[in-house]
Design a protein around this ligand. Structure first.
Ligand code: IPM
Ligand code: MN
Length: 356
C-alpha cells in the first residue's frame, strides 16, 4: 500500500475557490501517477465562514486543520467584509489566528522566475540576466503583527514590535538550514539603525551564524534591501526577515517574477505539518471571471508534497509540468506577453494536469 495523507482544503473567498479547483485537479492526477492516496476535506474559512458560521475561523475548521497532515488554503477576504469592525474581518480574525493556533512560525516564500517568463517581469533582462531564484523566510507568528499592547484610543493608536531571542533563533535556524540546501547565503533584513528589537535581531542572527560555518551571512537594513531587490535581485539567496518586513519584501520579490499569481508559500511549525497558500490575496476585482492565475496555488500544493510529505520528486514534477505549459506559450492574463496564447484559469489547470 502507498502512503495516505489527510489534507484540509480551505478554498476561502474571491479567486480562492477558482484556483483551488485547479490545484485539486492536479492533486487527483498526482494520486494516480504516484500511487499516493490523499483524503481531502473542505471547510469554510474567511469571509465565507463569517457568512455561514458567524466567524472567520470556526472551531470546526480549526479542529479539522489540527487533525490533518497539512492544510491547503486558497485566499480570504474581500469588499463584502471590509465594513465589519477590524477585529472581525477575515484577515485579522482568520489568517492571523490560524497561523498562531497552528504554531506556523516559519513562512517560506520562494520567488523564482521561470525562464519562459522573464519578459513578464517588470525588470529588464540586463538586471535579471535570465532569471531569479530566491527564498524569503518570513517570521510569521510574532513581531508587530502580534505584539501587545495593541490599542486604539480615539485619535491615538499603537502597535508593538517585540521579538525574543528564542523567536529569532528558531526562524534563523530555518533560514540557515534552507541556505545549506541552496546557494549557501543568508541576507538578514532588519532596521537595527533605528529599532531596538532589530538590534537584538541582528545580534542573535550574527551569533547563530557561527553554527553554520558553510553559510555566508550578511545584514541589510530593510530600506536598502527593498532597493537592492530591484537593483540586483541575483545577489540574494535566502532573505531572512521578521513578520512585517517579510510581508513587504515578499510582495516585492513576487512582482519581479512577473505576477503575484506565481508565488506559492509554505507556513511551517516544528514538525512536518504545514499550511500552504498562494502569497497573493483573494483578488476580488477578478474573482468569478475565470481569468485568475492558478499557478501559485498549484505550486503551493507542490510545496506541500515537498515539505510536509517529504516528496521533493512530486514538487519537481509539478514544477516541470508548469514549465512545460509555459514553454508551450500558454499564459493567464496576468503573465501575458505578445506572441503567447491567453488561457483562463481552468484551461491552465487542465494543461498543467495533463503534463504531469
Ligand atoms: C500575506 C497577507 C497577510 C499578511 C494579510 C492578509 C493579513 O498580506 O499573507 O502576506 O500580512 O500576512
Ligand atoms: Mn502580504
Amino acid at each position: 500500500m502507498g502512503d495516505k495523507y489527510s489534507i484540509a482544503v480551505l478554498p476561502g473567498d474571491g479567486i480562492g475557490p477558482e484556483v483551488m479547483a485547479e490545484a485539486l485537479k492536479v492533486l487527483e492526477k498526482i494520486e494516480e501517477s504516484f500511487k499516493i492516496e490523499c483524503s481531502t476535506t473542505e471547510a469554510d474559512f474567511g469571509g465565507i465562514a463569517i457568512d455561514n458560521h458567524g466567524e472567520a475561523l470556526p472551531d470546526s475548521t480549526l479542529d479539522l486543520c489540527k487533525n490533518s497532515d497539512a492544510v491547503l488554503l486558497g485566499s480570504i477576504g474581500g469588499p463584502k467584509w471590509e465594513n465589519l469592525p477590524p477585529e472581525q474581518q477575515p484577515e485579522r480574525a482568520g489568517l492571523l489566528p490560524i497561523r498562531k493556533e497552528l504554531g506556523l512560525f516559519a513562512n517560506l516564500r520562494p520567488a523564482i522566475i521561470f525562464p519562459q517568463l522573464t519578459a513578464a517581469s517588470p525588470l529588464k533582462d540586463e538586471i535579471l540576466k535570465g532569471g531569479m531564484d530566491l527564498l524569503v523566510v518570513r517570521e510569521l507568528t510574532g513581531g508587530i503583527y502580534f505584539g501587545s499592547p495593541k490599542v486604539r484610543e480615539g485619535d491615538k493608536a499603537l502597535d508593538t514590535l517585540v521579538y525574543t531571542k528564542p523567536e529569532i533563533e528558531r526562524i534563523a535556524h530555518v533560514a540557515f538550514k534552507a541556505a545549506e540546501q541552496r546557494q549557501g547565503k543568508v541576507t538578514s533584513i532588519d532596521k537595527a539603525n533605528v529599532l531596538t528589537s532589530m538590534v537584538l535581531w541582528r545580534e542573535v542572527v550574527t551569533e547563530l551564524a557561527k553554527e553554520y560555518p558553510e553559510v555566508e551571512v550578511n545584514h541589510m537594513y530593510v530600506d536598502n534591501g527593498a532597493m537592492q531587490l530591484v537593483r540586483n535581485p541575483n545577489q540574494f539567496d535566502v532573505i531572512l526577515c521578521g513578520n512585517m518586513f517579510g510581508d513587504i519584501l515578499s510582495d516585492e520579490a513576487s512582482m519581479i517574477t512577473g505576477s503575484l499569481g506565481m508565488l506559492p508559500s509554505a507556513s511551517l511549525g516544528e514538525g512536518n505539518f504545514g499550511l500552504y497558500e498562494p502569497s497573493g490575496g483573494s483578488a476580488p476585482d477578478i474573482a468569478g471571471k475565470g481569468i485568475a492565475n492558478p499557478i501559485a496555488q498549484i505550486l503551493s500544493l507542490g510545496m506541500m508534497f515537498k515539505h510536509s510529505f517529504n516528496r521533493k520528486d512530486i514538487y519537481d514534477a509539478v514544477f516541470q509540468s508548469i514549465s512545460g505549459v509555459l514553454e508551450a506559450g500558454y499564459r493567464t492574463k496576468d503573465i501575458y506577453t505578445p506572441d503567447c496564447t491567453v488561457v483562463g484559469t481552468s484551461e491552465m489547470g487542465t494543461m498543467i494536469t495533463e503534463k504531469l
